[in-house]
Structure formats: C-alpha cells, structure tokens
Design a protein. Structure first.
Length: 102
C-alpha cells in the first residue's frame, strides 16, 4: 500500500470530477498541490465526498500551495471534485493510498 498519484490536471471553471474511489477500495488522500500558472490571482474550490474542504480560496498569481498530510478518507464510489474561477489557470496534483477492502 504505497502512495500513488490519484489525479492531476487543470481545473475548469465548472465543477468536475477529478477522481472517483474504485470499487472495493477505500482511499486515503495524503497530499494536495495547487498551482496558479497565471499572473492574476485565482479562486478555487475542492470537494471530497461532496463536502468542501477548500472553499473559494484565493491563490495568488504564480503561486503554489501544498497541503501535506491531509489524511482524509474516501469510501468506494466517493469523489474528489474541483473548479477554479478561470479555465486553464489552476493545476492540481493529488496523491494518496488506495486500500483493498474486498
């Protein structure tokens, strides 16, 4: 049960699913990194299991935020969702562990 990349990409301006816990698995989210790759401040939201864990947070221009040791648990079928105020402005990288529960 090693850490792995759960998902990575660029947030859009409408909420979308970034990751879904596979069948017969439980996921522990270990770390989240968010990068604003523009020269203007951006706002983003992340939801775990339909609950906002970061809500309308402003990330400064050309800045990166890492949340280490987040240690949040997601059950089979639950999702990570996210969006930013501008498409193609904010990248995400989320790592964790998937645990077999079958």
């Amino acid at each position: 049960m090693e850490n792995k990349r759960l998902c990575k990409g660029t947030l859009s301006d409408s909420s979308g699913t970034l990751y879904t816990v596979p069948t017969n698995k439980k996921t522990i989210v270990k770390a989240v990194t968010i990068t604003n790759k523009t020269n203007t401040d951006q706002v983003f939201t992340l939801k775990f299991a339909e609950q906002e864990i970061v809500y309308e947070h402003t990330i400064l221009a050309n800045d990166t935020i890492t949340i280490p040791f987040i240690d949040q648990i997601l059950e089979t079928g639950e999702t990570i969702k996210g969006h930013a105020n501008a498409t193609s402005a904010v990248n995400y990288y989320i790592s964790g562990k998937e645990i077999d529960i079958s």
